[in-house]
Design a protein around this ligand. Structure first.
Ligand SMILES: NC(=O)c1ccc[n+]([C@@H]2O[C@H](COP(=O)([O-])OP(=O)(O)OC[C@H]3O[C@@H](n4cnc5c(N)ncnc54)[C@H](OP(=O)(O)O)[C@@H]3O)[C@@H](O)[C@H]2O)c1
Length: 348
């Protein structure tokens, strides 16, 4: 059975790191690896560094997207661009269905979302571990109605991806990264999201602020473990296994969780050493502090609590069925905090 794979977000933190691990991953045979790029420089990088065939697609043009996938018989797409985009994923799924119909080979669409959409921010339960195999996740996503409207939309996007893929006979996988830390390994963006937000907010305020009480925790994952799950799903597909998909296809990579306050404490130590803040204590953010932090984050005061806090009890189980296991325990993020802070300070 031949597989042609398209990786998007090739210059991103997650997508670039996935490509950087590709040649050591010892994947089962496949026909061709393609990488979506936006310019000549990226095209050269994916070709020379990873041996991927660059593909430029005008994502505003439906027929361009379809043609790009159909003409290359692409039957596996990893979407790693935006967790709130549904227009392009819908078109890609339609094109995958076309390839499936013509070639008779199963088609797969992996959509990268985020753990935020399965947290207190979207009204997901957090009084118990929420397994990524929980049969209720799809319904939680479809009906998400938490305090963060943007993330509720992201949750419903996941449900939509599942519905669209199911209606076209394409297998969907919803990958929900948590706090991913570690040096980016690709040629493009070297830094993550949440640890970056913590550093930026502290730098702006010259203090470490918290938006939660000390009980709030979040799953964490070293970048290499996160990449390993992307690869294990692919490995399972290429070797003819049937990894859980559709309404049962939520995948989290995480070895466990840490308390936000402990993470802030670990990162504050380095920020003090580097003179970015003056003491390690945590201050509860009030309205004025949220207002001041917003411009160095995504710019919206009401969204700051979703960028540097929240409760998430999502727990990784699904990946274990296909052989995935994290190498690093959750506390590893504390050991690496100094390096992470320095890396973020150097690159943001
Ligand atoms: N990093 C994390 O810890 C984390 C956690 C949870 C969820 N996620 C989600 O995972 C996804 C990837 O995250 P990331 O950290 O890898 O993000 P990133 O470093 O910002 O990478 C985004 C990638 O998407 C590409 N891209 C953006 N807009 C595009 C467009 N219109 N057409 C084609 N390509 C486009 C970028 O290309 P250019 O370089 O050309 O801009 C880049 O390759 C995002 O949806 C993010 O929300 C990430």
């Amino acid at each position: 059975m031949s597989h042609n794979i398209l990786i998007t977000g090739a210059s991103g933190y997650l997508g670039g790191s996935l490509l950087a691990s590709w040649n050591q991953a010892n994947l089962p045979p496949y026909q061709k690896l393609y990488a979506l790029v936006r310019n000549e420089e990226q095209a050269k990088a994916v070709k020379e560094l990873y041996g991927a065939e660059p593909v430029q697609i005008d994502l505003n043009n439906e027929s361009d997207i379809k043609q790009a996938i159909i003409s290359r018989d692409i039957n596996i797409v990893y979407w790693m661009i935006s967790a709130s985009e549904i227009r392009v994923p819908r078109i890609m799924i339609q094109a995958l269905a076309d390839v499936k119909k013509r070639t008779g080979t199963d088609a797969h669409f992996l959509f990268t979302s985020g753990a935020k959409v399965l947290s207190s921010h979207t009204g997901s339960p957090n009084d118990r571990p929420l397994l990524d195999t929980d049969p209720g996740l799809y319904e939680l996503q479809r009906t998400a109605d938490g305090p963060q409207p943007f993330l509720n939309t992201g949750a419903r996007t996941n449900a939509e991806v599942i519905d669209i893929a199911e209606s076209y006979g394409v297998r969907s996988y919803i990958f929900v990264p948590c706090i991913v830390y570690g040096r980016g390994e690709g040629f493009g963006n070297p830094i993550s999201i949440q640890t970056v937000a913590i550093v930026r907010a502290a730098k702006r305020m010259q203090r470490m602020y918290t938006v939660d009480d000390s009980s709030a925790s979040w799953p964490v994952c070293h970048l290499s473990d996160n990449t390993a799950l992307f690869l294990d799903i692919l490995r399972a597909i290429l070797s003819g296994q049937i990894p859980n998909y559709g309404k049962n296809g939520f995948y989290l990579a995480a070895s466990g969780s840490v308390k936000w306050h402990d993470l802030f404490g670990a990162m504050a130590k380095t920020l003090v050493k580097r003179g970015v803040i003056h003491d390690e204590s945590l201050t509860q953010a009030d309205d004025a502090a949220l207002e001041q932090m917003a411009p160095v984050l995504q710019g919206v005061k009401s969204f700051v609590p979703a960028e540097i806090g929240g409760h998430c009890t999502l727990t990784a189980v699904n990946g274990h069925a296909i052989g995935w296991k994290a190498k690093y325990p959750p506390e590893h993020i504390f050991e690496l905090a100094e390096e992470e802070v320095d890396w973020v300070l150097a690159h943001s």
